[in-house]
Structures are given as C-alpha cells and as structure tokens.
Ligand binder design. Structure first.
Ligand code: ARG
Length: 435
C-alpha cells in the first residue's frame, strides 16, 4: 500500500480489511478519464504558476495522458487505493519517480473529486439530451404510420373523447421530453464553475490561478468560494431530478402502452415481447413494464442523493463518496430506458379497428353530441342531461350512441341533425386540428 495521504500523524498503516471496504475504486474508476483530464489541467495551472518546469510538466502530461488507454488494454492495473485519485498518484510515482511528488501541489482530493464528477455530469447532460432526442425522433417516426389514427382518450381508465394518435404521442413523449431537455439547462448552468483550486476547503497560498484550470477544462468560470465549491452538490441534485423525471415520463407512456396492448389497441412486435413459460398464447409487454418499474428506482436514487447531502455541514465529508455510485446508477439507468423506449417504439403499432371499437363501446362521442346541441343554442347543462339520458336509453337496448336512429332522437325530443355528429373519426380530426 502506498503512502499517499498517510503521515506519522495519520497513525500507522490502514487495516487491509478496512481499506478494502472503504475504497471507492470499483465505482470511481469510471472517472479515470475525467481524473486524468483534471490532472492534466492542474499541470497547466502549476506550470503557469512556475511551480513546475516545462520539462517536468511535459513528463507528467505524457505519463498521465497515456494512462486510460493502458488501463483499458490491461497493460496497467490501477493499484488498490482509497480511490481513483490515489490510485493514479501511486501508479504515477512508481512509473515516473520523484517528479510525481509535485502533482498534488495546491490541490486536494476534495476539489479533485468534485472536478471529476462535474466533468462526468456535464457529459451526462449531453448524453441525456442526445438520447431524449432519439426518443423524440422515434416517436415522430412512429407518427408517420400511426399519427392519424383516431383513438380513445381515457379519464379514470374509462373512454373519454376521441383524439388523433398524434395528440396522444405529443402528450406522452414529445412535449414532456422537450420540457426535460429544457430543464437540463439548470444543471448545466450549475455545472459552469470549475472547483479545481478550491483545495481541501480554503484554496491555497501558492500563486495558482483557478482560471487556468477552468479554461483548460472548458468551464465558463472558476469557482466563487472554495468552501462551497467542495461541498456543493446542487448540480448533481438538479441533474438527477431531470434524469429521474425523464424516467417518470417514460413510465407514464409505458403504462398507456401496457394498457393499450391489453385492450388490443396496440399490437406488439415479437422482437420486444416476452412469452409465458406456461401459457402458450401470451405476448407480454415486458419492455414497457420494466421501463415503468425502473422509474421507481430512479426516484429512490434521487432521494438517496438528497438524503446524502441533507444536514451536511460546509466542506467535504466522506459521506459524499456515495454520491457517485448513486448518480452513476441513475444516469446509466435512465439512458438505458431511453434506449429501450426507442427500440420499443419501433415495435408497436396501433390497431385502428380496435381503437374505434373502444370508442364506440365506451360512448366516446357523448361530449361531441352535447357540443352539437350547444352549437344549436341549447345551454350546456341542458344538453349534458339530455345526452346522459340518451346514453342510458341506448344501453338499455343493448346499443351505443353511435347506433342512434331518428326514432331514438324523437323519443328524447332531440333534433335529427345529431345523426351527422356520430362520426368518431371526424370528431378526432376536428379536435386535433387545434393542436
Ligand atoms: N473517494 C472520495 C470520494 O469519492 C474522494 C475524496 C476523498 N477525500 C477525502 N478527504 N477523503 O468522495
């Protein structure tokens, strides 16, 4: 074991069992690439401050830059240390000798880990946006074949009013994901200040310039306050909020699909349908059920991160080590569900006859009939009562509103003109024309 972060004052070597338990290396090795970028930026800071010669800086840069590829190829194994930051420093010391001892000048793992994590979160914003747009594209492609199909809307799980499928798809995926993409801008804005140089908690007395690090790493500016910089996780909370909300939106869409599959209004392609091990007739919507279920995990992670940060005093505390495990699970999970939704959209198809059947059986034309009477001058509440009575009369005859005949209308003292308002497709088209 290395001597990084151990002095006489620390009090002897770490218990190996404790080291193995508390290390974050299995999780934060995912940050190796970001850690190297941060260290290379820090080399630029030290060189600009004349704390490294040009030759020393170049030696450090070359060794650091080559590490991710060497680890990926199996040429280098990161040593077991408390975390990826110490593992890199230990490896560097062994690889290039004493010059490695200068790298940690004016920084701490506290600003280092925040820098790495923020770089990762910045990329996560881009990946989420990219995948959410892929879902929107797949939804639009789905609309070319299905968008003009009249389908029922449901309130309280009961047939409500006809719409064209494109209105439903807009509500289910297109508009909510657009809001999510916009909401990412809060996380992005909070990810704009570079924490590198905040050190352990109060910066450094050395002539290091945090603006150099900010520039090198593509942040808009350097941090404003070092205590806040190492203890702030608002950007992670904002990111997980938006990511988890994306998952929530996918779950609501998925439920509609599961229900429409069950009602026969959506046909599921075999490529995404699972069978039953016992019942040979099944074609189950497992993809959508799993995407729906994942949203619960995402909320648990958001809540776990929130709780990790709650009541934390200023500065860094080791509790923060949990934040990455939580965030990685959350973002990886959301991205996978977005990917699966793209796949799913390629394997679902509306069944127009079943959609119309549901509208007929559920008397989805009732509100249109009320509005037709209103258009002829009747007060809405009057029309509402008359059509309600008509619904009951038809059902008593084993019929529905769309089966109305002139005699049925006569019996309720209603005009024959209502017969021209029974077209479910026209109803869906007229309503959709506004949106
Ligand atoms: N592994 C730690 C984390 O993930 C890195 C920072 C450690 N800093 C410290 N002072 N122990 O948060």
């Amino acid at each position: 074991m290395s001597v990084v972060a151990r002095t006489k004052a620390t009090g002897g070597p770490l218990d190996p069992n404790f080291l193995a338990w508390q290390t974050s290396l299995p999780v934060d090795r995912q940050l190796l690439e970001q850690d190297i970028r941060g260290s290379v930026a820090h080399v630029a800071v030290l060189e600009a401050a004349k704390l490294l010669s040009a030759g020393e800086a170049e030696t450090l840069r070359v060794a650091l830059a080559g590490l991710p590829a060497r680890v990926a190829s199996g040429d280098v194994e990161l040593p077991l240390e408390e975390d990826v930051h110490m593992a890199v420093e230990t490896w560097l010391r062994a690889a290039i000798g004493e010059v490695a001892d200068k790298l940690h000048t004016g920084r701490s793992r506290n600003d280092q880990v925040v820098t790495d994590f923020m770089l990762w979160c910045r990329e996560a914003c881009d990946r989420l946006e990219h995948q959410a747009r892929a879902v929107q594209d797949a939804a639009r492609a789905w609309l070319t074949a299905n968008g003009d199909v009249p389908m029922p809307t449901f309130t309280h799980r009961q047939v409500a009013i006809p719409v064209l499928a494109r209105v439903w798809m807009q509500a289910a995926l297109l508009d909510p994901l657009e809001r999510d993409i916009k909401a990412l801008s809060l996380a992005r804005a909070e990810l704009a200040a570079c924490p590198l140089g905040a050190g352990a908690i109060a910066g450094s007395t050395l002539p290091t310039d945090p603006n150099v690090a900010a520039r090198e790493l593509g942040f808009a500016r350097a941090h404003h306050n070092p205590m806040d910089a190492v203890g702030d996780r608002d950007w992670a909370l904002s990111l997980l909020f938006v990511a988890s909300r994306m998952s929530l939106h996918l779950s609501r869409f998925s439920t509609d699909i599961v229900e429409m599959v069950s009602d026969g209004m959506v046909k599921l392609g075999g490529a995404i349908a699972c069978g039953s091990s016992m019942m040979p007739h099944k074609r189950n919507p497992d993809l959508f059920e799993l995407v729906r279920a994942q949203a619960h995990l995402r909320f648990s992670e958001l809540s776990a991160l929130w709780n990790t940060v709650t009541a934390m005093g200023m500065g860094y505390h080791r509790d923060f080590q949990q934040d990455k495990e939580i965030a990685f699970a959350n973002i990886h999970g959301v991205i996978k569900c977005l990917e699966m939704t793209v796949l799913g959209l390629g394997h679902i198809e509306l069944v127009p006859e079943r959609c119309l059947q549901a509208l007929r059986d559920g008397d989805g034309i009732a509100t249109d009939l009320c509005e037709a009477l209103v258009a002829q001058g009747m007060a809405f509440r009057q029309a509402y009562g008359k059509i309600g009575a008509l619904v009951v009369a038809q059902r008593e005859k084993g019929k529905r509103l769309v089966d109305l005949q002139a005699a049925d209308l006569d019996a309720h003292d209603l005009p024959h003109s209502l017969l021209s308002s029974l077209d479910l497709t026209k109803s869906a088209q007229v309503r959709a024309a506004r949106y």
